[in-house]
Design a protein around this ligand. Sequence first.
Ligand code: NAD
Length: 481
Amino acid sequence: MKLIQNYVNGEYVSGTSAHRIDLFDPAIGRPYGQLIDSSIKDVNDAINSSKIAFPLWSSMKLNNRAKYLNAIADEIESRANEFSEIESMDTGKPISLANSLDIPRAISNFRFFAEYAKKFEYISNLNDEISKNEISRNPLGVVCCISPWNLPLYLFTWKIAPALITGNTVIAKPSEITPYTAYLLGEVCTKVGLPPGVLNIIQGRGSTTGDFIVKNEFIKAISFTGGSETGKTIYKNASNTFKKLSLEMGGKNPAIIFQDCDYNDTLDSITRSSFLNQGQICLCSSRLLIEESIYDRFKKDFCDRVSNLKIGDPMELDTQFGAISSEEHFTKINNYIKLAKDEGANILTGGIVERLNGRCADGWFIRPTVLEGLSNSSRLNQEEIFGPVVTLQSFNSESNAIKMANDTVYGLSATIWTKDNKKGKKISRKIDAGVIWVNCWLVRNLNTPFGGMKQSGLGREGGNDAIQFFTEQKNICLSTR
Ligand code: NAD
């Protein structure tokens, strides 16, 4: 059994806690290892190590910090197959997805911020008749990055890379459900000679280990991605020490499908946006709003495509749809399917557990599920399920579609499908969401701001926003009178 330890001060350590958390391979439903459930002392030791590392790291030339980030990217790339296999085993996602999305994106997160920081102005001058002002951007100190289980290394490194390039030292806590690739990142840091304490990776439960980090007075900022309820708890717990906060949270994302869409392309894209990673991406479409005139035709063709997705062993190259990442989440999704029936939904396809043969016979698989017949105010249409369950509703006017799209506490992303770009843009402007894709989904330019409105987010990640978040400005004013 694998023991996933902390990575502190450049070394793997088991810490002081006697508690361990079982780690599961969701495709086979059995444990593969255990995780250290870090104590408050373990957290404090890591924070001390990051405090000690801060003066050296923050005063290092930007170019040199960029070299470390690029070296980390190169090292992950040289081990990409191993990282992909482990990510797939830990999460249940198809290996083809880990190979094409998760691990390449983790690599490009480091490369992007290494390059991006070069064009960012750390010092600017603003002079007038009475003063000379030198405005500098400075690292915050020790900062914390907390990430969820669905895109483990992808989201972990999306936070760590900008935090490091700007000169902060980092306490990073991956999800206790999928910690393995974050653990391996420690090996990578040692290999490239990252100075000890610059990145400490702390393992453990959110409600204990995560909570100790959030409440610690030496942590200057928290970059969090996870559920909205956890975000609220972190918001409260961080307030006593006035930390900077970036909160990326849940979604209930609408897809608005017009009769003038590019029909086949929309069907393919919506199948992907609904069920990629078993629907466990915060940006997945979960409410499909379809123009009345094409509703019946689209419903039939969409369900045909969905029921043809290849469910299977995540390790097989042709698998398109893998396992649900944990037993708890598997139970939660099944309960939502039961609730849908109680709420009067018509299940068009899926709605049942998938039993595979062989190695994956005891894995946590649910067939991709499409429902109709529920009002927008039903729990199925209001609560984030974060799994392979989508609902269909029809609309008869643009204003009706916009009203339904906005009628939720979330505002993370939306997609609009029409060949009329002008209409697509006009409607996008009326949708309350941080990211709106017109005729595409999950297209990401890492320079663009990423984040949600309403209960989906506070602050933005990406490019300039990330650099701003992890730095603080100082103005030195000289009188010239
Ligand atoms: P979660 O909120 O349960 O956990 C996320 C992380 O927070 C984990 O590392 C967890 O250990 C930690 N945590 C939990 N309680 C904590 C506390 N009190 N203090 C400090 N840390 C704590 O979320 P999850 O189940 O891992 O992930 C699924 C959620 O993440 C979904 O709601 C999904 O929409 C959201 N998500 C959002 C984005 C985005 O970019 N907006 C991306 C991916 C996932």
